[in-house]
Design a protein around this ligand. Structure first.
Ligand code: BDP
Length: 324
């Protein structure tokens, strides 16, 4: 009898642990050595170790599970479990988060971190929860600047009539239109070929993505406009997070924070490495002297966003105030 009970208990434990041990599938657009990827691998390793194997997660790198807007939907619905998403594509469906996509809203990268690590970051986290994602850590993706196949960008008139690829978010279409150009939203994976064949004239990104995607080989003129400073977020499906014990949730939060710290350190190093690599390959880089000329044209982008999302006005003010 005792033996039977022991056997039954073992069987029940096996069923429970196999349910818990279902390996969480993680989406990542970047290749394995990228800072985001290092942060995600750290999260997966620590999760297994510190939950004593009760929780396990895997990362699928290099966008093999599809492009970002689709992956966001899949993590929201629970078809995928976790990911690192950029606030650009996330903003298209979460207005709180979309505030970060208002051009030039952050003075610089340290200001962005200061804002995101404070109460504003918490309000943005609530915005993510509303769309079914639980944020576990805010990652760095530096500042995005314009690059072009044939020329440097000194002033908005250099953008006039030019086709620039942007991520899928209406704010970027408005931003490029304000500069006189034509925005072409397109998945990240298609940009290299579009640059090579001249389907687009330029694109915009940070140094590590410009380098790791190979875009620098097709568009050798990089002009530091730093028009967008976008956080990224390690997130997990909210229902999955809510189904965990309080102890497990605390563990995830702790590891998420550590992964973000690691990622930010790796990011700082990778920016230098990527910049040096593209320079060595013959890329020309300039600092844009008169950034105000770009900035001044952005008021209609803000106005339209506010007209569409009047309830976001207080949070915009908080984002600005938290940087002073
Ligand atoms: C990179 C982001 C990535 C985006 C990509 C893009 O890290 O999430 O998919 O830009 O431009 O900087 O699509």
């Amino acid at each position: 009898m005792k033996l039977k009970i022991v056997a039954l208990a073992a069987a029940v434990a096996a069923v429970i642990s196999s349910a818990e041990a279902r390996e969480w599938r993680g989406w990542n657009v970047h290749p394995p050595e990228y800072p985001v990827s290092t942060g995600m691998e750290y999260f997966a390793e620590q999760l297994k170790e510190r939950s004593n194997g009760e929780l396990t997660a895997k990362v699928f790198h290099s966008g093999v599970l599809g492009d970002q807007p689709d992956a966001i939907e899949q993590v929201r619905e629970g078809a995928l479990d976790w990911a690192v998403f950029n606030f650009g594509p996330l903003g298209a469906i979460a207005p709180e988060v979309n505030i970060t996509s208002l051009p030039f809203i952050f003075k610089d990268v340290p200001s962005m971190h200061k804002v995101m690590d404070g109460p504003v970051g918490e309000e943005m986290a609530d915005g993510l929860r509303k769309i079914g994602l639980e944020p576990l850590g805010y990652f760095d993706s530096g500042a995005r600047s314009f690059y072009h196949r044939e020329k440097l960008i000194h002033s908005p008139s250099d953008i006039t009539g030019q086709k620039f690829r942007v991520m899928g978010n209406e704010l970027y279409v408005d931003m490029i239109a304000q500069l006189g150009g034509n925005a072409t939203p397109m998945p990240y994976a298609d940009v290299f070929q579009a640059l090579q064949t001249g389907v687009i004239d330029g694109a915009e990104n940070n140094y590590p993505s410009y380098e790791s995607s190979g875009h620098y080989e097709a568009a050798k003129f990089y002009s530091n406009s730093q028009h967008l400073i976008l956080p990224e977020c390690l997130c997990i499906n909210k229902d999955l997070f809510d189904s965990l014990s309080a102890e497990q949730q605390a563990l995830l939060k702790e590891i998420g924070r550590e992964a973000a710290e690691l990622q930010r350190d790796e990011w700082a190093k990778r920016e230098e490495v990527s910049k040096a690599k593209v320079l060595a390959s013959g890329v020309e880089i300039i600092e844009i002297e008169d950034k105000a000329a770009f900035q001044q044209l952005m008021q209609p982008v803000y106005d339209k966003f506010l007209a569409d999302n009047p309830d976001m006005a207080p949070l915009i003010e908080k984002v600005k105030a938290a940087q002073d």
